[in-house]
Design a protein around this ligand. Structure first.
Ligand code: ASP
Length: 354
């Protein structure tokens, strides 16, 4: 072959390779932050009910779902390895800090967080209020440990990566992907102690669905979030204490007063019905409100709104109504609210907008 022909052939080869590379866009970079939970849990046998959360490290999690490498370039970091019943402020602040760092990196397309199901709705909602990016931040979990028959973790993880790698996931707030459904952080709640189909978004519905990596979005999440949120952790090293008190038949004010004595700056009542409680509890709560403790009425009922001034005169009693937020999410919002203000009108506005 003449020298000219060799040069020509090499040129054609280079052009062909370039065209092939151009046809196949590079996979997005997704970082996996592991916090523990049943998705990282292990039991002694595949049919054992008892198991320990947070046994499997992030590298093992990634290795267990090699198919996810077809969706994104993955790398993992271990933030904690705890059952989410042990989730705490230290892990929250570290997790939020790291997520904010990662989403600020130009080469990171999205973040997946593995978590336990017990408090995933609280962590998701917390991040929804303090992450400052439109990039996808997707939490996932499982109800069955990695060693169980029909473990649900691997497919949940695969689907979470698919959502985090999907461009249309951007700008929808922090999402939770579990059992083929995509939930908004403000809407989802755990409804069954053991069933795989435990998470629902009962009041406002799903953001989308994802089946074997096929993502479909229906709408955005409800409420202000991420880049539109007024809340930030800049300069925040501790969060104020807020306790949840449940209402029930014959409840009195003892636990309300005890919570304040323990240092609560805010209280959320998981009320009966539309955020109700006995007259005695109302009296104790109103007395605390008068002293400057911010008191929010939510409901122990799994769905429905708690309206302002419906059966109780919130204006006169100095209470805030949780509107669409359940008690555990009301607590998250109130803690962040108290880092900014104690003004009841402003806090009621937060509940209206977030
Ligand atoms: N207790 C576990 C946890 O929240 C339950 C789970 O992950 O499903 O970590």
């Amino acid at each position: 072959m003449s020298r000219q022909r060799v040069v020509l052939s090499v040129l054609v080869l280079v052009l062909l390779c370039g065209a092939a590379a151009a046809a196949e866009p590079a996979l997005p970079n997704v970082v996996v932050l592991a916090t523990g939970g049943t998705i990282a849990g292990a039991a002694g046998s595949d049919v054992q009910a008892g198991y320990a959360s947070g046994q499997v490290g992030v590298e093992q999690l990634l290795a267990a779902v090699p198919q996810a490498k077809n969706l994104a370039v993955l790398r993992g970091e271990q933030i904690s390895n705890i059952g989410s019943q042990d989730m705490n402020d230290e892990v929250w602040l570290e997790l939020a800090r790291r997520v904010n760092e990662l989403v600020a990196m130009p080469d990171v397309a999205g973040v997946v967080i593995t978590h336990g199901t017990d408090t995933i709705e609280e962590t998701a909602y917390f991040l929804n209020l303090v992450v400052k990016s439109k990039k996808p931040v997707v939490l996932t979990a499982s109800m069955r440990p990695s060693t169980a028959l029909s473990a649900d973790g691997p497919l949940n993880f695969y689907n979470a990566v698919a959502v985090a790698a999907n461009r249309d996931a951007a700008g929808r707030g922090v999402l939770v992907v579990i059992n083929d459904w995509i939930h908004g952080a403000s809407s989802l709640t755990k409804t069954s102690t053991t069933a795989v189909q435990t998470f629902l978004s009962p009041l406002s519905g799903l953001v989308g669905t994802v089946a074997y990596g096929e993502v479909e979005f229906y709408r955005g999440p409800v409420g202000r979030n991420t880049v539109d949120s007024e809340f930030s952790l800049d300069g925040v090293t501790t969060l104020p204490r807020v306790d949840i008190i449940m209402a029930y038949e014959n409840v009195d004010g003892a636990l309300i007063d005890a919570a304040v004595a323990a240092g609560a700056k805010g209280l959320v009542i998981a009320g009966v019905g539309n955020g109700n409680m006995t007259q005695e509890a109302v009296k104790a709560l109103a007395a605390q409100a008068k002293k400057g403790i911010v008191c929010v009425r939510s409901s122990r009922v799994v769905t429905g709104r708690v309206g302002r001034n419906v059966e109780l005169d919130d204006d006169a009693l100095g209470f805030v109504a949780s509107l669409g937020l359940n008690p555990q999410k009301s607590r998250v919002l109130l803690r962040l609210a108290l880092t900014k203000t104690k003004d009841l009108k402003q806090i009621q506005r937060y509940f209206d907008e977030y």
